[in-house]
Design a protein around this ligand. Sequence first.
Ligand SMILES: [Zn+2]
Length: 948
Amino acid sequence: MAKSVRASVSKRNKAKLRATVFGPVVDARTQRLSAKLQELASQPKPNAERSGMELDITKTNDHIDKVDANVSTSNEDMDIDRSSVKNAQAHSNKSGRIQKRHKKSRSSIVFQPRLAMFEDNDNITAVPKAFDKVIFMVVDALRSDFVYSNNSGFLFTQSLIRSGAALPFTAYASSPTVTMPRLKAMTTGSIPSFLDVILNIAESDTSSTLAYQDTWLTQLKARGGQLVMYGDDTWLKLFPGLFERQDGTTSFFVSDFSEVDNNVTRHVPKELLRDDWSAFIMHYLGLDHIGHKAGPQSPYMLAKQYEMDSVVSRIYTSMEKEKHLQSTVFVLCGDHGMNDAGNHGGSSVGETSPALLFISPKFQTLGSFRKSPINPLKDFQYYRTVEQTDITPTLAGLLGFPIPLNSFGVFIPEFLDLWESSLKKVHILLENSKQLLRAMREAFPSHNFEPDLNSSHCEIEPLLDIEVARCSWFQVLRLLPDSSGIGKEELYPELESALLRFLKVAQRVMSSAASNYNLRNLLLGLGLNAFVAALSLPAAYKLLSTSGYAGAFFALSIISYGGMMFASSYVEEEQQFWNWTFTAWVFYLHIKSAMHPHCSISSKHRLSKHHNLYAPVLTRYGAVALLVSHRVLRRWNQTGQKFAAEPDIARSFLPSQRLVLWSLVALTYAYTCMCLFAHRCHSRLWRLCCFIVTAAALILKLAFVASDFPELLYETVPIRSGGILDGGPLILFTRLVMGGIFSLIPVSMYFSKGQQRSLGKEDFPSTVFHEALTLFLITQSKATNIPIFLILRLHAHIISLMKLSVLELTITSLIVQYMTFFAFGGSNAISSVDLSNAYNGVGNYNIIPVGVLTFVSNWSGPIWWVSATRVLRSKQARHERQAYLAVITFHLATTLISVMAACTALRTHLFIWTVFSPKYLYAIAWAIFNHLTVNFVGEILFLLKANG
Ligand SMILES: [Zn+2]
């Protein structure tokens, strides 16, 4: 329902605004930028360029080439001399135009690759800087309450807040809340694109470098400062070659809680003794890793907070003691927060609310003593909430450099009192306003910021944000002193608040308008998918057209799914679609079996023989059993957006009923073990092997839980790992267990020599493979999700009793794959990616095993069903298998087309970053991993085996 609130008038206005101005903006922006550098914002006088500008709009979408071209010359621009700037601009502009004809559009980043400079470099009004150096300490995923709340471990930091030496804020971090985009926001002051989510994951990618863009780091560097950096190597990728000294740590090895941080802290003492740097950056990862692995309530969390607090204390003590650190501002911040599960990437309030503190003994003179710890005003909102992008202009003001060109930030007004003269305060805000006004004029060329035109309508309440911004700028102009720069002092307080008002609304306008997309690649992806769909269409059509109602059902589900992808709230709640589709499909199967009873009763029950007792009951009431167990499954993990916080089985019921949880877990393991027995029932040695492997897998699970989620074990299970299995031994044990699970397959082949004929070929070897895979998937699942496998087994058993046609089995397989993905807690939000099992048995960070394990632990439901339906399809003929493959490929291609089309069409939609682009990433993951790897390759192997 929050959706309807969000879809208010302002949203409609923004959409309209984008529709009318977005296209022109992109084209005209860079064209005018260089030429306008000099007159920007100084005075809004009518310019002759205007008419030329309208012409520019008709030009093609080639501004990006110019940005690329500018990169090559940007080093020259770093000179602060005005005249040389002019030349450099003219030069780069020219080279841009020449290259434009030859180069094709490539990059999609809209940043201005130049450095901002003061217009009046030698003007007397220039504000003296308050600090010379900055210590920038990022603690990854430092949610506001970790620092400010009553249960925080940041006791020393809290004492600094009380003494006035630290100014605390909650910094709003917009989605996507992953590290790389957040670092971009904190250093450039602008809002990055959703592409950065992919780049954040594809760690090896270096294309998203900020080395040539205008950031507070490049500004400091351009002023001859040296920069040093320790911690998350994302910084080194964003700013290659910028740091004098550096030591990067990789950010994806989340099971490492201490080493990543020790590697930063060991550099701190010696850096604090040196006085050659002007920026000392640290990025601690341990707290984020604890979040991913064990959640914000983990016992490790508080210990980590104490550790981080001790680093703060050490730095602050040095700042008081060391002479060369006396003019240093210390920024402590999180890049993003985390949700209740300890993950991030989405837009929930926990994820978007990191802490932000500016610390210096100098701030005590401001006399702003605050209470600490305190209770939040709203969820996770402590003290005043500022934008994360505000860090950039604030540092610019404090350290005395011009605000980076692409910044949408607002100087945090709490620091204005560092300057006594109100002229200087006004000057700082004015610089900020001019810079934002410049950005706004480029983004909205159709809007006029000249006061003499049509300013009378400001008396009636303007509707659009851009109009509000315009009117508040006129108000600033009215209060502004004349061109000499020195005016009536008594107006300054009023001017100050007028400037702040303008800054705030201008920031809102710019934040909602900032986006840029590479349309060509989006269309290329669409085309590729259309090709795949066309390839699989003939085979799929042949099957669909002859299958009556089932074919119609399939077509209808594809169409409705495609339509759904265009509505943000349906994308967020996709699990509902699959739950309802499953229910409808079960009804269809039930009705069909009632009409043709001879079809539904399988004379021979294929899965295993000891089920025969229940078979008649299940055959008759199968549909009912499916629906009832599906109800339970739906309740297992509440997912999506609307109901995500509601009580469910995995997060509310089972943790409080630990005996039930562990009984069910033990039952799941025992049942899997029995199924393994059943397939090679004649050999005692085989049984022993199965028992040992299953028992070892169960002990392994207990050891994992004991180390990561000990609260699930209290008083229930007597096993205390007591650290025996921590670290190296646990990794070794994990590898042994995984090796044991997969060696069951060759071992079973050995034992089955000679028995093969008596057992029938259909059982071999896919069922043993299926059981071993089940054991592996259980190991890769969260403890609270393990009992789901019992329900899945029930479903598979019922389905095996229904005699389904090829298409019906295919549709069933598809629906249950999607349905269980969501039942295991998956959603279309980045933040629901579960990393807690991604490092099982991995000693050193390596993208391939970690990637595979991440996929397996998040897609365990779908993978299980692919394997289970393969067992069900073991009797299919070759052409039936090909038809199966064609139908699922067709389904995937068409759904992918709808997702891509939705993302392309809605690329300016308000929720593109929070809803549509994550869905896009999930769709790609489904396509590449679940379809191409699991479904397709599995099926090809199957076909080959059947042939050979
Ligand atoms: Zn993280």
